[in-house]
Write a protein that binds this ligand. Structure first.
Ligand code: UDX
Ligand code: ADP
Length: 454
């Protein structure tokens, strides 16, 4: 069997690497228009940082996994084509800021149509608003040329930073297809690939609509949990309750569960906001304004949390940060990734620069992306790979990504290198706040009483 994946990004790359590693007899080709990215994959040096990914890629590279820029030329020999191109939020026209920008996705559908000479199973892997598999099918069947396409929805549930684990041990694999004998056969063929390493009872088959909506719903519910605990964190700060204690007590209720209750500076990443806004757009399209408003609230709380974090920094530092050096520890949207899409750090840095602080950003994996994201701010932001140098002469440091190595830094040495009074703003509740306070820091966690000497 030959599998092609169009799009070698955060989803396509790791997913295909795991399929190739688990199915040595399946030939897997990954095609992308970005020549730089393709060269990196070909060299066994993935262009994205993901723990364990490089090893998996190297297991299969040259055996049954290859990367190419020849998208059109790879189509004909493939039996199954995964589409995993980016679908960012539209920045222009109708639905700007809400709907998905489907230009890459539609271009891909047209390329498949132009180059397929035999029947294909097309698998939608990018997150797309509900009903796009149907639109894909319509484009693919727009030019009768004797070729038929079965379009399946197979949403990806991997989280960045744990992609390999999530792919190797998924909670479930979801496949949506047409409710017909043909559709069932296509779903069975795709299920057969996953069944090599995923137990049958975790492979769910459903109709296309349910599959697509499930992806949006899962991300909306996860984001809602983070927004719920973040909303409570503000109340904790106002009442001397401790959000970690509240989360522990709440999470021990089996009906609620302990995951995704870590209060933070806010959620980021390419999925949560985009998927909720897609859901909102869909609800509005169907005239369901109350439902749209409900989900929009999850995004609003997230914006409020980021806003509040930045405002707290300025307020704690005597209502001015003009000319003060502030070290930002972590720019990725979460630990163990170099991805900075929708990272709360981006927002916080911009707010601090507006307040005329001198911002120094450090991050073990995301510094190149940070440089690109903040390029428009010019000299107002500096970038420093070494956290010990980033804090040199700083009035404050803010933890914006929960990188484990930040827990092990020498905070006594950091305190000595900083201006005094020295401030710590822990946007991930990562550090030992009591110990920092005893060193001399004024410590501002999320959802806990600040520990201040002032
Ligand atoms: C998410 C979904 O988890 C995944 O199933 C889907 O396929 C893609 O979207 P991802 O965006 O990679 O994955 O990261 P995730 O671990 O969900 O974290 C999202 C954001 O929420 C991060 O910024 C993270 O720091 C934040 N978060 C998460 C919290 O602030 N608190 C938590 O308790 C959990
Ligand atoms: P995701 O997180 O959804 O995987 P990425 O942006 O990481 O998103 O990856 C999407 C990939 O799709 C990028 O590498 C991009 O170059 C690629 N891509 C976009 N349009 C096309 C296309 N028409 N043909 C092939 N690849 C494409």
């Amino acid at each position: 069997m030959r599998v092609l994946c169009i799009g070698a990004g955060y989803v396509g790359g790791p997913t295909m690497a795991v399929i190739a590693a688990k199915c040595p007899d399946v030939d897997v080709v990954v095609a992308d228009i970005d020549a730089g990215r393709v060269r990196a994959w070909q060299a066994g040096e993935p262009p994205i940082y993901e723990p364990g990914l490089r090893e998996v890629v190297r297991t299969a590279l040259g055996r049954n996994l290859s990367f190419t820029t020849d998208v059109a030329g790879s189509i004909e020999t493939a039996d199954v084509i995964f589409v995993s191109v980016n679908t960012p939020t539209k920045t222009f026209g109708e639905g700007a800021g809400r709907a998905s920008d489907l230009q890459y996705w539609e271009a891909t559908a047209r390329t498949i149509l132009a180059h397929a000479k035999t029947d294909k199973i097309v698998v939608e892997k990018s997150t797309l608003p509900v009903r796009t598999a149907e639109a894909m099918a319509r484009i693919l069947h727009s030019k009768p040329n004797g070729v038929s396409f079965d379009v399946l929805s197979n949403p990806e549930f991997l989280a960045e930073g744990s992609a390999i684990r999530d792919l190797e041990h998924p909670d479930r694999v979801l496949i949506g297809g047409e409710v017909s004998e043909r559709g069932r056969r296509a779903m069975d063929l795709l299920a057969g690939i996953y069944a090599r390493w995923v137990p049958e009872d975790r492979i769910l088959r459903t109709n296309v609509w349910s599959s697509e909506l499930s992806k949006l719903a899962a991300n909306a519910m996860l984001a809602q949990r983070v927004s719920s605990i973040n909303a409570l964190s503000e109340l904790c700060e106002a009442t001397e309750a401790d959000v970690a204690e509240v989360a522990r007590a709440v999470g021990m209720d089996r009906r609620i569960g302990p995951e995704f209750l870590r209060a933070s500076v806010g959620f980021g990443g390419s999925c949560f906001k985009k998927d909720i806004l897609n859901l909102v757009y869909l609800c509005e399209h169907f005239g369901l304004q109350a439902v749209a408003d409900y989900w929009l609230g999850v995004v609003r709380i997230n914006e409020h949390q980021q806003q509040r974090f930045a405002r707290n920094i300025v307020a704690a530092m005597f209502n001015t940060v003009v000319g003060k050096r502030i070290a930002v520890l972590g720019f990725a949207f979460k630990a163990d990734t170099g991805d900075t899409r929708e990272s709360p750090a981006n927002f916080v840095c911009r707010r601090l620069v507006e307040e005329r602080a001198r911002v120094v950003v450090t991050d073990p994996q995301a510094l190149d992306n940070a440089r690109r994201d903040l390029a428009d701010l010019g000299d107002a932001v500096a970038f420093e790979p070494d956290p010990m140098r980033a804090v040199e002469g700083a009035h404050a440091f803010a933890v914006l990504t929960e990188w484990a190595p930040y827990r092990a830094l020498d905070y006594r040495a950091i305190y000595r290198r900083m201006e005094h009074p020295a401030f710590c703003f822990d946007g991930r509740n990562l550090l030992d706040h009591r110990a920092l306070f005893e060193i001399g820091f004024n410590v501002y966690p999320v959802g806990k009483v600040p520990l201040s000497h002032l």
